[in-house]
Design a protein around this ligand. Structure first.
Ligand code: UDP
Length: 323
């Protein structure tokens, strides 16, 4: 099977490529390297290109005849999306439509799309299942929800089948230590905490300790990158087997506060982690926890690394390589 991974040089994409290659697929990566790294792409054909260039995608699809596409190429910072909505709608929506149009024209029928818990906005109930109201609160979440709706319409009209996977907090690293999280700038909690542990940063700043949670800090559902990738593989296979389009929420169903993450990181690393407190970050809901029972029931997905200490240990293995 021929698989195209758009954004395959990034954090989640590169782990996905490794899994697909291990499973024996022929993998092509299309990435503009705006946030990814060429050396993170292992064992796959690499094409430097951007979804803006419709001709490039068209030629690629014509030459190779892909059986499926996984699309990871997004900007991901909520705060930045508020300051620069044009950047987010152009990249995450408009360029995605280019990809969909080429897929329709070239009869590539299966897409796995990276969506996000940000499509739900402020939760009205916890845990969050697939039917939870969609009220995104920022351009990042709104763009992802637009694409999800676009995909429904493309299925109805053109028969393009898709699975939208709504990630809660992707975290951790390749258990074999070859790949990990390399965002620049890094904004995610676990890598920042571990950089404070390794000495690459002086401290971790906790954004708000006055939330309505037991310890006052935000609660999130951290999901291991390998488990996330496994869900993509199962979703792709499900589409290939003839299933209908679907959407799944992906998390472990367990919430951990920022303080609990820092405490677990102290235990895993055995290092001191200096903490400072600052005011809340704009747009952060107090609590986000996934109900992933549908993914478990329909995809047969079951997380292997649900334990927070394991997620942090794998991320620490990567951090000690980078530090
Ligand atoms: N967070 C924090 N300090 C940081 C980065 C994140 O306190 O330097 C908090 C953030 O407010 C949120 C949680 O950690 O409650 C997870 O944030 P992250 O950016 O990793 O993921 P998000 O939930 O925004 O997708």
């Amino acid at each position: 099977m021929q698989v195209l991974v758009v954004g395959g040089a990034g954090y989640i994409g590169s782990h996905m490529v490794k899994l697909l290659v291990q499973c024996g697929f022929e993998v092509t990566v299309l990435d503009n390297l705006s946030a990814g790294y060429r050396d993170a792409v292992r064992g796959a054909r690499f094409v430097l290109g951007d979804l803006f260039e419709r001709d490039v995608i068209e030629d690629l699809c014509r030459e190779t005849g892909f059986d499926g596409v996984l699309h990871f190429a997004s900007h991901i910072q909520v705060g930045e999306s508020v300051r620069e909505p044009a950047k987010y709608y152009r990249n995450n929506v408009f360029k995605t439509q280019n990809l969909l149009d080429v897929m329709v024209a070239q009869r590539v029928r299966c897409l796995i799309f990276s969506s996000t818990a940000a499509i739900f906005g402020e939760p009205v109930q916890i845990p969050i299942d697939e039917n939870h109201p969609k009220q995104p609160m920022n351009p990042y979440g709104r763009g992802k929800w637009m694409v999800e709706q676009m995909l429904e319409d493309y299925d109805t009209a053109y028969g393009l089948k898709s699975v939208c996977l709504r990630y809660f907090n992707a975290a951790g690293a390749d258990p074999e230590g070859e790949l990990g999280e390399r965002h620049d700038p890094e904004t995610h909690l676990i890598p920042l905490v571990l950089q404070a542990a390794s000495g690459r940063r002086s401290h971790i700043t906790v954004f708000g300790d006055d939330y309505n949670t037991p310890d006052g800090t935000c609660i999130r559902d951290y999901i291991h990158i390998s488990d996330l990738c496994e869900a993509h593989l199962l979703a792709l296979q499900q589409l290939w087997a003839g299933a209908d389009s679907a959407a799944y929420n992906l998390g472990n169903g367990n919430g951990f506060s920022v303080r609990e993450v820092i405490e677990t990181a102290r235990q895993v690393t055995g290092r001191d982690i200096p903490v400072e407190y600052s005011k809340r970050r704009l747009g952060d809901p107090a609590r986000l926890v996934a109900d992933s029972r549908r993914a478990q029931a329909e995809l047969g997905w079951s997380p292997r690394y649900a334990d927070l200490a394991t997620i942090i240990a794998h991320a620490w293995q990567w951090e000690t390589r980078c530090a």
